[in-house]
Design a protein around this ligand. Structure first.
Ligand SMILES: [Zn+2]
Length: 51
């Protein structure tokens, strides 16, 4: 069972924002491109948080 926590935020010149998640159990990294209709303010706010 994966427990994904927000790990960081990357900015890709082609894809735009990429949200990085890390599994709390095994440390595996997963990246999800942020959709254009995602709430970017929320994502940026989350990226600052201690998750
Ligand atoms: Zn895992």
């Amino acid at each position: 069972m994966e427990i994904w926590s927000l790990f960081g935020l990357e900015i890709d010149s082609k894809k735009g924002y990429v949200i990085v998640f890390r599994c709390k159990k095994c440390g595996m990294i997963r990246k999800n491109k942020a959709a254009e209709d995602d709430d970017m303010d929320l994502i940026i706010e989350l990226s600052k948080g201690d998750y």
